[in-house]
Design a protein around this ligand. Sequence first.
Ligand SMILES: Nc1ncnc2c1ncn2[C@@H]1O[C@H](COP(=O)(O)OP(=O)(O)OP(=O)(O)O)[C@@H](O)[C@H]1O
Ligand code: SF4
Ligand SMILES: [Mg+2]
Length: 327
Amino acid sequence: MSSGSPVLSIGALEVGVRRRRGSQAIVRGVSLSVAAGEKVGIVGESGSGKSLTMLAVLGLLPPGLDILAGRVEFAGEDLTKAAPVRLRQIRGAGVAMVYQDPMRSLNPLLRVGYQIVEALRAHGYDARDARRRTTEVLGMVGLADVERVSGSFPHELSGGMLQRAMIAMALAASPKLLIADEPTTALDVTIQQQILELVASLQAQTGMAVVWVSHDLGVVAQLVDRVAVMYAGRIVELATTRRIFQRPSHPYTAALLGSLPRPGTQHRGTLQQIGGRPPDPASAEQGCPFRPRCKYATERCAAEPVLSVRGAEQQAACWLEPGSWST
Ligand SMILES: Nc1ncnc2c1ncn2[C@@H]1O[C@H](COP(=O)(O)OP(=O)(O)OP(=O)(O)O)[C@@H](O)[C@H]1O
Ligand code: SF4
Ligand SMILES: [Mg+2]
């Protein structure tokens, strides 16, 4: 794991709908630091608040949603107070994001190479350097025929090639942090694996930090040093990948591990095997949010536990004593 001052520091972040009376939080009290060069995974079921947390970091929340409280610091600068022009500078050159849907980054009407050149020019590259760098990054992401890809419109490329082109665009201005929000979910398994290996090798070459968002703990485990498990808008466990697999400290993490395919089988378990459904993170229900699905719940769980230290490299939000339950 890398040390040193964090490239990203999120503190007590609340995201939700701002109302004059009683704002409604969806992301609740999320704190997470990512060191320079570190790889961190954010894992949780659909609707747990993974994307909203990351969109809040970049100042890209959808209309109607706001940062209600907390701070987001990038290289020591508070982004919640940054002007829009400053946020635009940081996006791309400081923090870049790749999405599940490449068309969120790529304009369908413009050739791929042109889009990367223009993105670089917006970050101060002159035309010649922008063209040189575009060819370089399209090569870095393993696209064989760089000239052809560069001159193509997005719809002329396959899903896997599009993902590579989007990653090339994200890497172009050498960000210190890459946020990958489920970029492989829509791809078939072989291409998914290729993209995972690509990001891992680019991370090793460039030394950038990576936040990898996924609903699949198995995918994330291949890539990251630490994992934050999200449930109903909160981080319920934060630990090194090794600790998460050796000794999960939250029943939800244990259930996620239980839904992973066994070695040697093709079967991919789903989180539905946990039983029940995740709550709406905006619900005003009191107590531990996992309580309705938790087989260890007691009366104490009517109060919500906070994230607390469970060992050298592990924090969890659960009332159970470490070691008092088995998975
Ligand atoms: N624009 C919006 N307005 C109101 N609520 C929203 C909006 N976007 C998302 N939400 C709600 O916020 C919650 C968290 O959404 P988010 O997209 O962060 O989940 P996620 O963990 O990324 O899920 P997925 O794995 O499906 O991408 C969800 O319950 C969703 O319904
Ligand atoms: S606090 Fe209680 S309900 Fe929540 S995960 Fe722990 S044991 Fe289960
Ligand atoms: Mg999402």
